[in-house]
Design a protein around this ligand. Structure first.
Ligand SMILES: [Zn+2]
Length: 319
């Protein structure tokens, strides 16, 4: 939060002159050609402008396109200003923004906010798609969801005897296991994925961590990692850190996930991985030198891929 870092805030989008805003949008939507629109069908830069419609006609294939074609905001209804404000606002939060709050901030309906937030989560996952583990890591799993509400009666014969919030009483069908690999010394690389259980993730961990790196875990079902990698464990019953052996960095990633869980009143299990991806991006965002860097590196991905989100109801199936 040094003053040199704070060179941009979401509110700057709202006060930006129209010309500058358009330039910024074109830079984000077409980063490969430095802001010059090209045909989404054939990639040609040759076009004629259609003055009356703010569109272009491709000289080579005849496709008609606009400044948003080929981006995740194609077929938009919101103004460019509102879209950029929404992107800036969403990425500026430390742990996340619920769809309800997002709708309030941007002035859109809950459903629009929900879909927009999910598009941005996919953008975040896309922005960090090339992250690779290069050094020593801490690995751990954590369980989310599947908690039964405690009964309201505390004493007497009707009282609930067991604390159903505990891990062993969680609903097998509803609970989610997230396994994360994180650099021990920094936030530069975090890989996190949903699995059936911790033991189902061993092979994934082995494939992602380079052979010369040491893997630090707790005493979970991680012993097979020792076959391929140098493996050190810490007994959490006894201590959380002994000498230089600990898994604290990856535990702190899970603590951000739990804080995110509280921000959203409810996280659908069909989209759980999207929230994990979001938190990976947010934790890694400290690598950017300035707040504008953080915003622009994310926004530059809007032209890169087709999102799975098709709308609030997903037209018959979750992506
Ligand atoms: Zn074309």
């Amino acid at each position: 939060m040094a003053s040199a870092y704070r060179n941009f805030a979401p509110v700057d989008i709202m006060t930006m002159p129209k010309k500058q805003l358009k330039k910024l949008w074109l830079r984000f939507a077409f980063p490969l050609t430095d802001g010059k629109p090209y045909c989404p069908k054939c990639g040609s830069l040759r076009c004629t402008k259609i003055k009356t419609r703010k569109q272009y006609n491709c000289t080579d294939c005849g496709r008609r396109y606009s400044n948003t074609s080929g981006t995740i905001f194609a077929y938009r209804k919101l103004t460019i200003r509102k879209i950029l404000f929404a992107v800036a606002k969403f990425q500026s939060q430390q742990f996340g923004l619920s769809a309800g709050d997002f709708a309030e901030e941007v002035g859109i309906s809950y459903r629009t906010a929900w879909v927009l937030a999910h598009k941005l989560r996919q953008l975040m996952a896309f922005a960090r798609r090339n992250d690779k583990i290069t050094e020593d890591v801490a690995v751990d799993g954590a369980y989310f969801g599947g908690v039964f509400r405690r009964q309201n009666i505390r004493k007497g014969k009707d009282a609930q005897k067991k604390d159903r919030r505990l891990k062993r009483y969680r609903d097998e069908k509803r609970k989610k296991c997230v396994v994360a690999i994180k650099h021990r010394s920094s936030n530069t690389a975090i890989l996190a994925k949903e699995f059936e259980s911790e033991s189902a993730a061993v092979r994934w961990v082995q494939s992602k961590v380079p052979m010369n790196a040491t893997v630090y875990t707790d005493q979970g079902p991680w012993n097979d990692i020792g076959i391929t990698h140098e493996h050190r464990t810490i007994n959490h019953r006894y201590a959380f850190k002994l000498g230089d052996c600990d898994t604290n960095t990856v535990e702190s990633f899970f603590s951000s996930l739990r804080r995110q869980e509280k921000i959203h009143a409810c996280i659908s299990r069909n989209y759980f991985q999207a929230y994990v991806d979001e938190q990976v991006w947010r934790r890694s965002a400290c690598i950017y030198a300035t707040s504008f860097d953080r915003f622009s590196k994310l926004a530059e991905c809007i032209g890169g891929f087709v999102p799975d989100m098709r709308g609030y109801w997903q037209h018959g199936g979750a992506a």
